[in-house]
Ligand binder design. Structure first.
Ligand code: ATP
Ligand code: MG
Length: 631
């Protein structure tokens, strides 16, 4: 089977990548590839950079986030340029905990996961390779083996600065296993893996009474104390806390501010001094990126507490706001649906877009500029070009409210409403109206929406609904025009007959009654007016067409609806203008006649073949548009 092959491939590749050697051999490696000794922060930064950076004007777009985080380019740029970049250069921010602050379901966990999975992959590449003292539960940096007094010399020679001291466990191992011969200490390449607890850790707070600091820093292994004779023998200690395991990589601190204080104090020393205390040992050096996340309310109550000042000053807070672009919000829903159990349900075109419009509206703050209402703002943010507004205006709009995107409806609510509607009503297909209704019905039971906001949100539902009405009408007209090829031809033939009679000062014959008729001036003008042919210019225009027809005839070519650019445009425009009535009549009659039925079936077929509907959603659309046009 394919998947088994792939698993085997993966294993073989990892086997190939393996490296083991003595510390002196490792030093040789470093001569050629000094970057192997980079810090955890630097590795994360280089990983992000290696996925590619697009620069335009004064913004950088980091492609690393592309596959999973949508619409947060600016927040990601800030995160990289204000935290990861300086941290990689060993500046002070590295010593702070990175605290992601943002509203619920705004992608904080997704972001952290992206970094974790990225690091796992990156540690399998040449640039991202990581080496550690073999057999060390904390995968300690081999360079810690270099005695403090020689580090200056080492730096002069290799250009690498060594930070942190050898852990108590490895100090003892060097003595006991290697007889003090540092150069012989075995070094191996390691691969980050959250499952194997290598270089990636996660800590989530549970009941503070039962949660033990050992979860973070490891604990005494009582079963081995007898063997080693003392609690302070590092071999009797299990270095298996999350902080130990995450060494060299990244540690996620979930819901950090919900955590008991005693846990936080450990982090203080770790981040500030780069080491933490475990059991009865000297401080243990660690090199890891600590990422925590929290929401705004929790954060505010945290900083309001004076006791937390020290901790607060050791954090870098980075906002992760909601996305504010309709098109990106749509992508978020698509992704969430792909990952859910409703992925097989037919979702009519524009359904998610309309839901996204509502959601984005709830997140936007009103502009101070009178000329910009929320709908305009929504469009401008999504990159639409509106007359009278430039990029500069958009930048200014974004600066008006610093907390925009920190509140409003979250994507999970939308997906939950969609799936509960589908499941409850056993739908096999869902459209924008179903979704808006369901979003509306859910508002009153949404825990964190105030009465005031509810009122506002109801208005947004109607706004989104109006937007949908326009979209639906256009969609149906488009499909009608498409299946109107034949009417276009008829209209054209009709026009040409009249033009011919007009130019030759002749009469036309009614095909049914045989009666003689004057050329139909009204019909001709109604077409010509579509492309601005004036009363004075009509004669010349008609003659020109007639000349063209005879030129075609001489060459034995048929003059048809496509042959004359301006005439074709005029015909199409005329059809389109007439269409409104046709659509109105065709879609709203309860008992369509044969002709109308045929037309309806053609339009349904076009919607299905060309525009992504299925027959049920296409029929619903027609019915809805019919009712709209008859209002
Ligand atoms: N900007 C975004 N880009 C891509 N996906 C997003 C975005 N915002 C939210 N999501 C999606 O919404 C869902 C919730 O996101 P996630 O769990 O990462 O949020 P969170 O901020 O950690 O929320 P919580 O505060 O509830 O823990 C996920 O399925 C995620 O993929
Ligand atoms: Mg989360």
């Amino acid at each position: 089977m394919d998947i088994l092959r792939k698993i085997q491939d993966h294993r073989e590749k990892e086997e190939e990548l393996k490296w083991e050697g003595t510390f002196s051999e490792y030093l040789e490696l470093l001569r050629e590839r000094p970057y192997l000794a980079q810090s955890a922060h630097s590795r994360v930064y280089n990983m992000i950079k290696s996925a590619g950076v697009e620069e335009d004007h004064d913004h950088k777009k980091f492609k690393f986030f592309d596959e999973d985080i949508y619409g947060l380019d600016e927040a990601m740029e800030k995160l990289v340029e204000e935290y990861f970049h300086p941290a990689a250069r060993r500046l002070d921010v590295r010593k702070r905990i990175l605290l992601l602050m943002g509203p619920v379901s705004g992608g904080k966990s997704t972001l952290v996961n992206l970094l974790k999975r990225g690091l796992e992959r990156y540690s399998h590449t040449d640039e991202g390779a990581v080496f550690a003292i073999k057999g060390c539960p904390m995968h300690e940096d081999p360079l810690h083996l270099i005695p403090q007094h020689l580090r200056k010399e080492f730096q002069d020679d290799y250009g690498i600065r060594v930070e942190g001291s050898l852990s108590p466990l490895n100090t003892m191992r060097v003595e006991k296993e290697y007889d003090g011969r540092i150069e012989d200490v075995l070094v191996e390449r390691i691969f980050f893996s959250e499952d194997k607890r290598t270089g990636i850790g996660t800590f989530s707070p549970s009941d503070p009474k039962s949660q033990d600091i050992a979860d973070l820093t490891g604990s005494i292994d009582f079963s081995t104390i007898a063997q080693y004779g003392s609690e302070s023998d590092p071999r009797a200690y299990r270095f298996d806390g999350e902080l130990n395991k995450a060494n060299r990589g990244v540690m996620e601190f979930q819901e950090m501010l919900k955590c008991d204080e005693k846990f936080l104090w450990h982090l203080l020393s770790l981040t500030q001094e780069g080491n933490f205390k475990a059991g009865r040992f000297a401080l243990i050096s660690a090199d890891e990126l600590i990422i925590a996340h929290t929401n705004e309310a929790e954060y505010k109550s945290f900083i309001a507490n004076k006791k937390n000042e020290a901790l607060h000053s050791r954090m870098i807070v980075m906002p992760v706001p909601y996305n504010l672009k309709v098109s990106q919000e749509e992508r978020i829903y698509e992704k969430m649906i792909r990952e859910s159990d409703i992925r097989d349900v037919h979702i009519a075109p524009h359904t998610l877009k309309v839901a996204a419009m509502f959601t984005i509206l709830t997140r936007l703050k009103e502009s101070k500029k009178a000329s910009i209402d929320v709908l305009k703002k929504m469009r401008l943010y999504d990159g639409e070009i509106l007359e009278g507004f430039s990029d500069v205006d958009v930048e200014e709009l974004k600066k008006e409210h610093s907390d925009e995107g920190m509140s409003g409806i979250d994507p999970r609510y939308v997906i939950n409403r969609i799936s509960s509607t589908i499941i409850k009503k056993e739908l096999t297909s869902i459209n924008a109206l179903d979704v808006l209704r369901s979003l509306k019905d859910g508002l009153s039971s949404h825990a964190s929406i105030s009465k005031e906001d509810q009122e506002r949100y109801l208005d947004f539902i109607s706004l989104a609904r109006k937007e949908y009405d326009e979209i639906a009408k256009k969609e149906v007209q488009k499909a009608f025009v498409y299946s109107y090829e034949e009417s276009a031809v008829t209209l054209m033939d009709n026009y040409l007959d009249n033009v011919e009679a007009y130019c030759n000062k002749a009469k036309l014959r009614d095909p049914l009654t045989g009666e003689e008729l004057n050329p139909d001036e009204r019909l001709m003008r109604s077409i010509e007016e579509q492309i601005g042919v004036s009363e004075n210019a009509k004669k010349a225009f008609r003659e020109e067409i007639l000349i063209r027809i005879s030129a075609y005839a001489r060459k034995g070519k048929k003059f048809d609806y496509q042959s004359h650019e301006r005439l074709r445009e005029a015909i199409q425009k005329k059809l389109f203008a007439d269409l409104k009535d046709v659509v109105k009549i065709t879609t709203s009659t309860k008992t369509p006649d044969e002709q109308q039925l045929k037309k309806i079936n053609e339009v349904v077929a076009t919607l299905v073949d060309e525009h992504g509907y299925n027959s049920s959603s296409a029929n619903d659309l027609l019915k809805y548009v019919g009712s709209l046009l008859n209002r």
